[in-house]
Write a protein that binds this ligand. Structure first.
Ligand SMILES: NC(=O)c1ccc[n+]([C@@H]2O[C@H](COP(=O)([O-])OP(=O)(O)OC[C@H]3O[C@@H](n4cnc5c(N)ncnc54)[C@H](O)[C@@H]3O)[C@@H](O)[C@H]2O)c1
Ligand SMILES: N[C@@H](CCO)C(=O)O
Length: 350
């Protein structure tokens, strides 16, 4: 039975939940999927780093975080030591879930690069490296004969990127539009229910939907990255961040929400991209007061949906959780499963 050794870079909501899944479901994974998982390294800004090639005691690691204790008291270090841990630990797969940096993707871009260069596959939910350095990192993975997977970068564990790549390969995609941020959608819904903006944002933070800096959700930076990812991955758009127009929901007032409601409309933060007749792609994110019979009007809470405009099937819509710790940890698990399938499929055809 194969066991994959895993390193968790960033031990916040998502990677902690992955560790919980590994701790509680490893036997089910072994019998259902034919492989087990063992965590051999963890790094985090608050906890430092711990490397144990025989496997880390996850109940100990999950018990840390509430106080000032670090991994230094458990045989590790109070420093993250990310580069040396990533390059020299014995992990087969690095799960990168540190903060998303929408400006240049760092330090996560370096984390991914160090892993791929040292022959380790990477799964990440971090939008920065995928959106801003996706092409470079994908070719680095190919050069090193390893895998770079990032299903959770868009719509958390809801299958979108792999699904569209696999299932739409025989048709032409003309564009897409969707609700791609759970926090802003949740906030707009709570405002419609009468809650004030700040209280709604606090709720989204408590529920684990929001970015470390929730301005990324509210001002549309998060959707800008997701539109960039989908446009380049699925429309082969070849565009950069500056090509995705961005407007968030901070300009939408409680009065705007009430007026829309009286007029049979509902505010949504819509991300979209469309292929133009000359082959270029126009992409952006902006709040839109959609009519109640619009396909996106009924998408509520942290649920996301994206509708693809295809030439042979017409519109095809995928809907599901867009944020949440468990939902996003599942995305990492689905990436690990994809790596296992690719490895074992390749072996079967060798
Ligand atoms: N939570 C969600 O619903 C969700 C959904 C999809 C994608 N994501 C993305 O997944 C990533 C993780 O999300 P989260 O909710 O776990 O965030 P989080 O803020 O709970 O956790 C991030 C962790 O990374 C650690 N960290 C930051 N920089 C680090 C560094 N340089 N080295 C080591 N550790 C570092 C922090 O200390 C923190 O514990 C983010 O990039 C986020 O955008 C989150
Ligand atoms: N903060 C993001 C997490 C998912 O990328 C959201 O609310 O959608």
């Amino acid at each position: 039975m194969t066991t994959y050794d895993i390193a968790l870079i960033g031990f916040g909501g998502v990677n902690r939940t992955l560790a919980e899944l590994i701790a509680t479901r490893n036997e089910a994974l072994r019998s259902g999927l034919g492989f087990g998982l063992r965590v051999v390294a963890i790094t985090d800004l608050r906890l430092g780093s711990l490397v144990q090639p025989d496997g880390i005691d996850l109940s100990m690691a999950l018990g840390l975080g509430g106080g000032s204790e670090t991994f230094a008291e458990h045989g590790g270090s109070a420093d993250t030591n990310n580069e040396s841990v990533i390059r020299s630990c014995t992990a087969d797969i690095i799960c990168e879930a540190t903060f998303t940096n929408p400006d240049d993707g760092e330090p996560a871009v370096s984390h991914v690069r160090w892993a791929l260069e040292s022959g380790k596959s990477v799964c990440t939910t971090n939008k920065g490296p995928v959106a801003l350095r996706g092409a470079e990192l994908n070719s680095l993975a190919a050069q090193n004969g390893v895998y770079f997977e990032y299903e959770g970068a868009v719509m958390s564990g809801t299958p979108v990127i792999r699904l569209a790549k696999k299932m739409f390969s025989g048709l032409r995609l003309n564009g897409f539009e969707g609700i791609l941020n759970g926090t802003s959608n949740y906030v707009l819904g709570r405002m419609e229910a009468g809650l004030d903006f700040e209280a709604a944002v606090s709720e989204a933070q408590e529920l684990g939907y929001a970015e470390a800096n929730p301005a990324a959700d509210i001002e549309g930076y998060d959707v800008q990255l997701k539109v960039l990812i989908l446009a380049n991955e699925l429309l082969d758009a070849g565009i950069e961040l500056k090509d995705v127009r961005r407007q968030g929901i901070s300009t939408v007032t409680a009065e705007d929400v009430r007026t829309a409601s009286r007029n049979g409309r509902r505010w949504k933060l819509v991300g979209s991209a469309r292929r133009n007749p000359d082959g270029t792609v126009t992409a952006g994110v902006a709040p839109v007061a959609v009519p109640l019979d619009h396909g996106l009007a009924g998408v509520s809470g942290a649920t996301n949906a994206v509708s693809f405009d295809t030439d042979l099937l017409g519109p095809v819509t995928v809907s599901g959780p867009g944020a949440g710790r468990v939902e996003t940890a599942y995305a990492l698990l689905s990436d690990i499963i994809a790596i296992h399938s690719a490895k074992t499929g390749a072996a079967a055809h060798a």
